[in-house]
Design a protein around this ligand. Structure first.
Ligand code: GLN
Length: 453
């Protein structure tokens, strides 16, 4: 099959199904077919890699030259980036095809993809339910086969939780493994791009293209990139898996707990040893994260002032009016809430009480992981307390939505990598589980996920 044929196949499926799912913000058929023709020429010339000609979709916060990058916000509805993000450039270099840009929570703030200016995304497994967030568009698009694989970003679970809600495999790499250059910032010390795909094998190919040092990102780590596909078939004999006691207590849905128990048995059959461990500060993660992430967001989002790019109000009376009305009109309710929380936490007199305390908790959580990895090789736990909830169910209760991030955000606070993979189904909805590993253990995580699958 040629890349043009494959691209046409996906474009047709998008036309057929995305009216219901709403997983794409922009579809770019002309560009896609042009890239597909170029890929076919590369394949014919014997100059092809594993992703050459493969139709992908990118979360709409990776800047793409000449194609709108909205970040799910009215603020950037008219924004066409004059440059290409490092991640999407690497896919262009690999000869991949971009079908379009996927829907997401506004500025990646959310866990259900309901805060997008472009409307909620529906879960392909049950369209009354959310696909998770903030990379909900990427998750729904891959799960419904509206692209072969997609990029996502994970600041506090936004790759792993939607992967879990849609039966995909999704990887959040170690902080610094994938360049953040050209990725619209939410919380810079937590943000990390990664792949969302149908299998660990596909994630390995995607991560191979994405990972590596980038001088344009000051937090990019200069460390060699292993061959992620080479170790997929390594044995799990003697692998030490830890189950954190704190992740299996109150609030965990029973079907999810049972699915993980079944997975434990399968891992044991594959030769792994499973034991209980403790991450004693886990319960402090949500309050710490929901101070640190909004604090960084309030600073990052100050650039959207109506002056240089993005939404600008009509007929401003003066500069202050321009700032005020452009931001009031351009940002949605959840983004405004985060900016206010963050600005408050950073303000004089409150900094020590909130931001500084949250940073101390962050260090404790990181130390918990370092101690745990002295006893075990990886940690196994759920991605979310329940399967996907109904659209609208948590819309008026932001705190209950924040609580759904309980199992994912510790990895972001510590900077460690995590892979989400399918663990089963309950009432027709997918159940996700995740494996967390030490810094730069992506190859091992992909290997474990592949052996399980
Ligand atoms: N749900 C979390 C938040 O709203 C995480 C989002 C993300 O990882 N981008 O902040």
């Amino acid at each position: 099959i040629s890349s043009v044929e494959l691209t046409e196949h996906y474009l047709k499926r998008i036309e057929q199904f995305d009216g219901t799912l709403n997983s794409y913000i922009s579809v770019t058929p002309e560009l896609a077919l042009q890239q597909a023709r170029a890929a076919d020429a590369r394949i014919a010339a014997g100059d092809a890699g594993p992703l050459t000609g493969i139709p992908l979709a990118h979360k709409d916060l990776f800047c793409t030259r000449g194609v709108r990058t909205s970040c799910g916000s009215k603020m950037l509805d008219n924004f066409i980036a004059p440059y290409e993000s490092s991640v999407t450039q690497r896919f262009i270099d690999a000869g991949a095809v971009m079908l379009g840009k996927t829907n997401m929570d506004e500025f990646a703030m959310g866990s259900s993809n309901e805060s997008s200016f472009y409307g909620a995304v529906r879960n392909p497994w049950n369209t009354e339910h959310v696909p998770g967030g903030s990379s909900g568009g990427s998750a729904a698009a891959v799960a419904a086969r509206l692209c072969a694989a997609a990029t996502g970003t994970d600041t506090g679970g936004s790759i792993r939780q939607p992967a879990g809600f849609t039966a995909l495999t999704g990887l959040k790499p170690t902080y610094g493994r994938v360049s953040r250059w050209g990725m619209i910032a939410y919380a810079s010390s937590l943000d990390q791009g990664g792949p969302m795909a149908r299998s660990a094998e596909d994630c390995a190919l995607m991560l191979q293209a994405m990972a590596g040092f980038d001088a344009k990102d000051s937090t990019s780590v200069e460390q060699p990139v292993p061959d992620y596909s080479a170790s997929l078939n390594d044995s799990l004999k003697g692998l030490r898996i830890g189950l954190p006691r704190e992740y299996f207590g109150a609030g965990l849905d029973s079907a999810t707990a049972e699915a993980i128990q079944a997975a434990v048995q399968q891992f044991q059959a594959l030769g792994a040893e499973v034991r209980e461990i403790s991450l004693p500060n886990a319960e402090l993660a949500i309050p710490a994260y929901y101070v640190i992430a909004p604090a960084e967001a309030s600073s990052n989002l100050s650039r959207f002032d109506g002056v240089r790019f993005g939404h600008r109000c009509d007929n401003p009376a003066d500069l202050t009016d321009l700032y005020k009305r452009s931001r009031a009109e351009g940002f949605g309710a959840e983004v405004k809430r985060r900016i206010m929380v963050g600005a408050y936490a950073l303000s004089a007199g409150y900094y020590d009480a909130y931001y500084l305390q949250a940073q101390k908790i962050r260090r404790l959580i990181k130390n918990d992981f370092i101690a745990a990895y002295e006893q075990v090789d990886v940690i196994l736990c759920p991605t979310a307390p329940t399967p996907a909830f109904r659209i609208g169910e948590k819309i008026d209760d932001p705190v209950s939505l924040y609580l759904t991030d309980i199992y994912t955000i510790t990895a972001n606070l510590a900077g460690v990598p995590g892979i989400a993979l399918p663990a089963g189904f309950a009432n027709g909805l997918p159940i996700g589980m995740q494996l967390l590993g030490p810094y730069f253990s992506e190859a091992r995580l992909l290997n474990i996920a592949h052996q399980y699958q």
